[in-house]
Design a protein around this ligand. Structure first.
Ligand code: ZN
Length: 959
């Protein structure tokens, strides 16, 4: 008999799910099942894990729990399962007050395989001390040089060093510690690199014991598999082993402040330019699990900073002494209480000026009490909130996991999770209150003016707080007195760890999928019979959302125009129109829907052909606004004006600042682009549009010698791009349910009747692509990349290179670069757009050693015998990426992109067949092609490594 009792069941028609809530006796474990007609079944188990310090114990536990368990005592079952499964998602994450382990898959056998491994890993992990050393932190003796040096090493240690390299991550941490000073949100749950080495192995084990018990656990499941079977598994594999257990105390609400606080911090920069400070204001209001608070907070936020025409956003963007409004602007719902934050980055934080900004912010808030936004403005905002709620996404993230994300906090805090599925009702009831004149003024008073729970944080750049130096000093003070005995212990632990890392474990214990379980590839979605020659109309379930995309082929752009094209795309939606200034345009457009312009190029069909590319105008909005959405999308480029010089200066500064800050998050990608940029035209174009030189080119535009901008010249280029784009006729995608689709096609036809242009040709002056370059940035970790020439996507060997990437990664790179080298990530992959094969490392403490490992991986492979299991896993890995989990809207979008890029069911099938039939000899043949080439190297690193870059003759530049 099952110990689970059903306590509630509710049908939610708009989401197409039934939510069933169960509790289990005697353990008090809880289970929420979201019953849906969807075969992409999902699972998540979550625990409240509130840290008592910043050692990152919850985060290190998340990593080590996945390193072997009672029934699966192998070294890293998580990565092993990742490779032998057709999962559509597999991960684990640590939030400030909870840890969760999610996965999703469309294959039933795979679901139960993964379920067994996840349950065993979370409730019965081995927590081997050596895994703690590998994943958490350890001392390592470095023998090079006269005196052996002791260093810190470890995956989480390096991961957090990388994460905390970003000034905004530090600011985010300060935001929480200053708003919730009496709660455990003041700690860094991921781990502060200086504190991580205070964590002991014993503390790790007891943290698990206390927090990962059934009484604390929440099981979430979604999909078409029966809940009874899930519960049978939970009981047999976990709950039967426990009688009862104590529930941990939940994190408390922070008592409201009597007075607002003011906090000053510093962050490290290796050189100062006088305008790299941050300032942030933030208010605490309500609860993240109260639907009324959530809607009210989002409504106010959208009115204040929703777009450049919003009063507070307009002010923040207009401040000349600041590079950009803060990246943290908006609602933060990552703790129990909601936060509204707004601020500036790239300022000189002089107290008097900050006071002026602050006074002006309060003036704006007060003015909204005197002159509240019009009813139309408030209605438009609620429409946007409705759009956000109804839109279940067009991406690959499984729907089940997306729904879990909405309710996880409520289930952890034991609030009613259904509330957050019913925000539409709250939005509806607010609509009826909009005519009440004091409705909005009262909100402003409640959240801001009558609320003392707010803070002002200043974070100044300083050369004195180098985290590397602080870590070194700590290391020095702890280890300088180490006896020979202690040093020997470090050595012997390192040896034991290395031995363990080199041991082949018996992976037959783990369940697996084989190539027999691989389904036939799904065919592309067919456009419906409502389509026209220039309109591909897709009839899809869309929960009341309409999407449109216009694709204009690119041709005849010159070098300068090509260089500025990404910026043209980004800015054209931010500028004014023939009749209105940019603020009014933003306001009008926001009432209609969301609009975006992008540029893309596709890989060449054969050696002789040119690269083709498109400008796309994409929009989405509610079905009841189809006519307006189509009108705006169709006229957006046509009506753009290029004469608002001040606006252009602001936008360029913001964009440059944003790109610069993004480097520490995507350094591996940038290093890969840079390493390949001279290989061929498409790699050159890729780098030109999104790589480091793009960032530098942009900077050159923003600041010329006299620190003045040539706005007129930029606008002249913009005008020329616009004229060239408008010479072509677009191919158009429209997607929504059938009835609305019909209307949309009629409206689109009133703008576009001609056949779409087919010719697209991007010609680049090949001489403009320089040799690969390394880059020096402000970061504590490195990103390394190497690239090699490979083949066109249409070549049968393209599939073989894809499989080789997985093989090298799993057979060699993961062990050398992550487990032993301490980098957070590494990999190798075939790039179809760049016709190349690339290696990368992510948040890596090493540099030349990693490059050596890239090279060695190929040699090692060529000298090895076939590992047939590994080959099968590598093939599964490529198939997994091909199949993904696409929602109907995403299927439509994929199908449209294939039409644009001349891909057909046949060509996709051919690639898939080539993947499935890859054998070891074919792998060897392509690997031989790589080993004969000189690798092209690019590294993103920091000042401390300049010597090493020089020694290895890597030319480098500063971003
Ligand atoms: Zn991690």
């Amino acid at each position: 008999m099952s110990g689970f009792t059903e306590e509630n069941n509710t049908e939610l028609q708009n989401l197409g799910i039934v939510v069933r809530e169960f509790s289990h006796a005697p353990t008090t474990a809880r289970h929420f099942h979201l019953e849906a007609e969807d075969d992409n079944n999902a699972f998540m188990v979550g625990f409240p894990t509130i840290p008592d310090d910043s050692t990152g114990v919850a985060h290190i536990l998340e990593h080590t729990a996945l390193c072997g368990s009672k029934r699966y005592p192998v070294r890293d079952p998580f990565f092993m399962m990742l490779r032998r499964s057709l999962n559509t998602y597999m991960n684990a994450f640590t939030a400030p007050d909870m840890t969760a382990y999610p996965f999703a898959t469309k294959n039933k056998k795979d679901f139960y395989n993964l379920l067994e491994v996840y349950l065993d890993a979370t409730f019965f992990p081995l927590l081997d001390e050596l895994d703690f050393l590998q994943e958490g932190w350890r001392y390592e003796l470095k023998d090079s040089g006269a005196v052996p040096q002791i260093l810190y090493q470890g995956v989480v240690f390096n991961e957090m060093k990388g994460a905390m390299s970003s000034p905004n991550s530090q600011l985010w941490q300060y935001l929480h510690s200053s708003l919730f000073p009496d709660t455990n949100y003041r700690f860094n749950s991921g781990g502060d690199p200086i504190e991580i080495p205070n964590l002991t192995y014993a503390q790790l084990k007891s943290f698990h014991q206390k927090h990962y018990s059934p009484a604390n656990a929440v099981f979430l499941t979604y999909g078409d598999l029966p809940y009874e079977k899930h519960q049978e598994k939970f009981e047999n594999l976990v709950l039967d082993e426990f009688n009862s257990a104590k529930e941990v105390a939940k994190i408390k609400f922070q008592a409201s402040f009597d007075e607002p606080s003011q906090i000053d911090h510093f962050y490290y920069q290796s050189s100062l330019d006088g305008s790299s400070d941050f300032v942030l204001w933030a208010w605490v209001y309500g609860s993240v699990t109260d639907p009324i608070d959530v809607v009210e907070m989002n409504l106010v936020t959208d009115i204040l900073i929703g777009h450049s025409g919003s009063p507070l956003q307009a002010y923040l963007e207009s401040i000349k002494e600041s590079k950009s409004p803060s990246e943290l602007n908006g609602v933060d719902d990552s703790s129990r209480q909601l936060i509204f934050a707004c601020g500036l980055e790239g300022v000189s934080a002089n107290e008097k000026k900050i006071d002026t900004y602050e006074n002006r912010i309060f003036e704006i808030l007060r003015s909204l009490i005197e002159n509240p936004p019009s009813r139309e403005t408030l209605t438009a905002t609620l429409d946007r909130l409705e759009l956000d709620q109804s839109d279940l996404g067009a991406g690959n993230y499984p729907l089940g996991l997306q729904l879990f994300g909405r309710i996880l906090p409520s289930t952890i805090y034991r609030d009613d999770p259904l509330n957050l599925f019913r925000l539409e009702n709250i939005i509806g009831s607010l609509r009826s209150r909009l005519s009440d004149e004091i409705f909005f003024p009262n909100l402003i008073k409640k959240i801001f003016l009558n609320n003392k729970h707010w803070t002002r944080i200043t974070m100044r750049a300083s050369m004195d707080v180098n985290p590397e130096r602080l870590i070194k000093e700590k290391l020095q003070s702890v280890t300088s007195s180490f006896s020979k005995l202690e040093k020997d212990k470090i050595k012997s632990e390192s040896n034991l760890l290395e031995k363990r890392q080199n041991t082949k474990c018996n992976d037959n214990i783990l369940p697996r999928l084989t190539l027999k379980d691989v389904p036939a590839g799904a065919l592309l979605m067919e456009p419906s019979d409502l389509s026209e020659e220039n309109i591909k109309a897709f009839d899809v379930l869309s929960n009341n959302i309409f999407r449109i995309k216009l694709a204009f082929p690119i041709s005849n752009l010159n070098d300068q125009e090509l260089k500025l094209l990404p910026i043209w795309c980004e800015f054209i939606t931010q500028l004014g129109s023939e009749t209105d200034g940019y603020r009014l345009v933003q306001q009008k457009r926001a009432a209609v829907g969301e609009f975006e312009v992008n540029c893309h190029f596709s890989s060449r069909a054969d050696e002789g052909s040119n690269i083709s590319g498109f400008i796309t105008v994409s929009a989405k909005g509610l079905n009841r606004k189809i006519d307006e959405i189509v009108t705006v999308a169709a006229t957006l480029i046509q009506t753009a004006r290029f004469d608002e010089n001040e606006r252009l200066v602001d936008l360029l500064m913001q964009a440059s600042n944003e790109y610069e800050h993004s480097v520490v998050q995507r350094g591996h990608y940038l290093a890969m682009l840079s390493s390949a940029r001279h290989l061929n035209q498409s790699s050159g174009l890729e780098e030109m549009w999104s790589g480091c030189s793009f960032i530098n080119d942009l900077k050159k535009i923003v600041y010329d010698d006299q620190k003045k901008m040539e706005c007129d010249a930029v606008f002249e280029i913009f005008r020329s791009i616009k004229n060239k784009v408008l010479q072509s006729e677009p191919l158009i995608m429209s997607a929504t349910d059938r009835q609305n689709l019909r209307n949309s096609v009629t409206t689109i036809k009133s703008f576009y009747r001609s056949l779409p242009s087919i010719s697209s040709e991007i010609l680049i002056n090949e001489k403009s692509f320089e040799e690969p370059m390394s880059w020096v940035i402000e970061s504590n970790v490195n990103f390394c990349a190497a690239s090699y020439k490979a083949v066109l996507e249409s070549d049968p060997d393209a599939a073989v290179y894809s499989v080789l990437g997985k093989y090298l990664q799993d057979e060699y790179l993961h062990s050398k670069i992550r487990e032993k080298g301490g980098a957070y990530g590494s990999g190798a992959s075939y790039s179809p757009s760049g016709e190349s094969f690339k290696f990368f490392s992510y948040r890596d403490p090493r540099l030349s050693g990693t490059i050596q490992d890239f090279r060695e991986s190929i040699k090692h492979f060529l000298g090895s015998k076939c590992n047939s299991k590994r080959l099968e896993e590598s093939i599964l890995g490529v198939i997994r990426n091909l199949d993904g989990s696409r929602r109907p809207v995403a299927e439509a979008s994929r199908s449209f992109n294939c039409i644009l890029n001349c891909k057909t069911d046949d060509s996709l099938k051919e690639f898939r067949e080539n993947v499935l039939h890859t054998d070891f000899n074919r792998l060897k043949r392509v690997a031989e092609n790589l080993v004969g080439q000189k690798p092209n190297i690019s590294i993103i690193s920091n000042k401390a490594h300049i010597e090493e870059l020089r020694k290895n003759k890597f030319s480098f530049d500063k971003i």
